[in-house]
Design a protein around this ligand. Structure first.
Ligand code: GRF
Length: 203
């Protein structure tokens, strides 16, 4: 039995694509990409999932609607699909501590910096790379970590460094961090955690 993985997305889904490509190369032997959940009906990630034959569920939070209702629906979707592990791949919503407590060491996230730099609430998308450039660091990177009740605060699973070039913009840096770190790191870490969950479930 493989670990059943749900990938949660909100946008372009290049990290989802990296997972699909790894699966197709046989590099995800302990995990099954069983479901993609999007909280954005227009996310291009949905197309990627459909093309790869992965079922898609939409879980939308209406403006002003309570987070608890959104999370209750998300929990229903996950349990209906017998999900063992959750990968946050560009998922633009912070999950409550009640939610994450239900999946201890079963939720992982990819963040586009070397945690503990440039992370936590408000550090998402291009803002992370802008902050690294503003600070003047010469090296940044990406981090895969477990998700707990502290935003970007869970135990680190893997990190990869990326050099910053003198003429970088937030956009060029974002792209290099994805190519040189995120798309390599996330599939590897996903397989590592899926293997661990798999052995926990079968013992
Ligand atoms: C990535 O930079 C990821 O690190 C961050 O959000 C972005 C998502 O990009 N959490 P994509 O949707 O996977 O292309």
């Amino acid at each position: 039995m493989k670990t059943r993985i749900a990938v949660l997305v909100s946008g372009g889904g290049t990290n989802l694509q990296a997972l699909i490509d790894a699966r197709d190369r046989g590099e995800l032997p302990h995990g099954e990409l069983a479901l993609v959940v999007s909280n954005n009906a227009d996310a291009f990630a949905i197309e990627r999932a459909r093309k790869a034959g992965i079922p898609v569920a939409l879980c939308l939070r209406e403006k002003g609607a309570p987070r608890a209702d959104f999370e209750a629906r998300l929990l229903d979707i996950l349990s209906e699909n017998r999900i063992d592990m959750i990968v946050l791949a560009g998922f633009m919503a912070i999950l409550s501590s009640d939610f994450v407590a239900r999946y201890p060491e079963r939720i992982i996230n990819i963040h586009p910096s070397l945690i503990p730099s440039f992370c936590g609430e408000g550090f998402y998308g291009l803002r992370v790379h802008q902050a690294a450039l503003d600070y003047g660091v010469k090296v940044t990177g990406a981090t895969v970590h477990y998700v707990n009740e502290i935003p970007d605060g869970g135990r680190i699973i893997a990190q990869k460094a990326v050099d910053i070039q003198p003429d970088d913009t937030p956009e060029t840096l974002q792209r290099r961090v994805m190519e040189q770190a995120e798309w390599i790191l996330l599939p590897r870490a996903t397989e590592e955690v899926a293997r661990k969950i798999n052995s926990d479930l079968s013992s």
